[in-house]
Design a protein around this ligand. Structure first.
Ligand code: SAM
Length: 345
C-alpha cells in the first residue's frame, strides 16, 4: 500500500548508494589517508589536505564521508574544527601495515574491478567479460594478456591476491584435518600466502606453490619474515605442464577463473597425477543464496574472466566425474569456503 517504511527506505538507499560508499573508501585508501592518520592521529582537514596534496574542500568532504561510513572517528578541536583518527575497521583492515590489511585488494578494486563493473550492462547483454571495453586491449587470457603484461599491474594483482589470502588463509588451512598428508601442491598459489598458513597450521606438511613463471619470479617480495623451508615454488602452466606430485592438490580461487570445460581439463590433469587416497581441496566462495557476497563475486567473474562462482554441489558433481569421492564442505564465514574430496580409484 502507500505506507513508506523507514527500514525499506534505508535498505533501498543503502543499495543505491553502495557505489558511492565504495568509491569513497577506495579514494581514501588510494590517497593514503588511513596510513597518514595511523601515524599522526588527530589531524584536521586542512592538515590532511596538505599532507596528501589535495584540496581542503574535497578533503573535508571525503573525511566526513569516511566518518559517516564508520571508517574514521572525529572529535572537536579548537573552534569545533574536527580532528580525525582511524576507527577500528581502518586500524584492522585499511592501513597498509596491518596484518590483515586489505589495501592491496582495495587498490585492485579501484583500478581494475571498478572500470570493469562500469560495463556490467554490456557484460549481461553479451554474456562476456569486459576487459576489452575497460582496458582497450583484446586479450585471450586474463592473466597472461591483461594482468601480467606490465610489472606494475602484475604486482598490484599479486598484492590484491595476497591480502585476501592472508585474511582467509587460516580459515581455509584449518577447515579440515590434513594430518594424513605430507605434501601439498597449491595450484595457482600466487604469492604463497595460503601455503605459509598451511605449514603454520600443519607441522608435518610441505607445500609446493605452482604458478606461472611471471608470478613465481616475484615470490620473494612476499616471503614471510620468518623463513619457511617447507614452502617451495615451481613455475609452470597448469594447462600445459606436468603437475608436481603431491598427496593434496589445492585450488584456491582458481576454478572460478575458468569455464566448466577448462575446469574439467585441470581436474583431469590432477586426477592423472593423484594416486588413490590423495585429495583435492577447493577454496572458493560457494553460491548458496545466503548472502550477496558470492552472487556479486560471480558478477565480478563475469565482467573479468570466462569463469563463474559455483555451488558446493556443482563442485561435488565435477569432482565425481574425475573419480573423487564424497565431498566435505565447510562454510568458513570468511571470504572463502572449502570443499575436500579423496580420490577413490
Ligand atoms: N590461489 C591464490 C589465492 O587464492 O590468493 C591466487 C588466486 S588468483 C585468482 C589465480 C591464480 O592462478 C593466479 O596466481 C594466476 O597466476 C594463477 N594462474 C592462472 N593461470 C595459470 C596457469 N595457466 N598455470 C598456473 N597458474 C595459473
Amino acid at each position: 500500500d502507500g505506507e513508506l517504511k523507514k527500514e525499506d527506505l534505508e535498505q533501498i538507499t543503502e543499495l543505491m548508494d553502495g557505489f558511492k560508499a565504495s568509491k569513497a573508501l577506495f579514494t581514501a585508501s588510494e590517497l593514503c589517508i588511513f596510513d597518514l592518520l595511523q601515524s599522526r592521529p588527530g589531524l584536521d582537514a586542512a592538515q590532511v589536505a596538505k599532507e596528501i596534496k589535495a584540496s581542503v574542500k574535497g578533503t573535508e568532504r571525503l573525511l566526513e564521508a569516511c566518518v559517516s561510513l564508520g571508517l574514521l572517528k572525529s572529535k572537536d578541536g579548537m573552534h569545533h574544527n574536527p580532528l580525525y583518527e582511524n576507527a577500528d575497521l581502518a586500524v584492522r583492515f585499511l592501513r597498509s601495515d596491518a596484518p590483515f590489511s586489505l589495501r592491496g585488494y582495495i587498490q585492485h578494486c579501484n583500478s581494475t574491478v571498478w572500470p570493469l563493473f562500469s560495463h556490467l550492462e554490456s557484460a549481461v547483454r553479451e554474456g562476456t567479460n569486459q576487459r576489452e571495453r575497460a582496458f582497450g586491449k583484446k586479450s585471450d587470457d586474463v592473466f597472461q594478456d591483461t594482468y601480467y603484461n606490465s610489472q606494475e599491474v602484475k604486482l598490484r594483482f599479486m598484492k590484491a591476491m595476497h591480502s585476501i589470502a592472508k585474511v582467509t588463509g587460516k580459515a581455509v588451512a584449518t577447515a579440515f584435518d590434513l594430518s594424513n598428508f605430507k605434501t601439498a601442491c597449491d595450484l595457482g598459489g600466487c604469492t604463497g600466502a595460503l601455503a605459509y598458513e598451511l605449514t603454520k597450521a600443519h607441522p608435518g606438511l610441505s607445500v609446493t606453490v605452482f604458478d606461472l613463471p611471471a608470478v613465481v619470479e616475484m615470490s620473494e617480495h612476499f616471503y614471510p619474515q620468518q623463513k619457511d623451508n617447507r614452502v617451495s615454488f615451481v613455475a609452470g602452466d597448469f594447462f600445459q605442464d606436468e603437475l608436481p606430485k603431491a598427496d593434496l592438490y589445492i585450488l584456491a580461487r582458481v576454478l572460478h577463473d575458468w569455464p566448466d570445460e577448462k575446469v574439467h581439463i585441470l581436474l583431469t590433469e590432477i586426477a592423472d597425477a593423484a594416486a588413490p587416497g590423495c585429495a583435492v581441496l577447493i577454496a572458493e566462495t560457494m553460491l548458496d543464496g545466503q548472502t550477496p557476497y558470492s552472487a556479486l563475486q560471480s558478477l565480478n567473474m563475469l565482467v573479468q574472466t570466462e569463469g563463474r562462482e559455483r555451488t558446493a554441489s556443482k563442485y561435488a558433481e565435477m569432482l565425481r566425474k574425475h573419480r573423487f569421492g564424497k565431498t566435505h564442505v565447510v562454510h568458513t564465514k570468511n571470504f572463502l569456503d572449502a570443499v575436500i574430496s579423496i580420490k577413490i580409484s
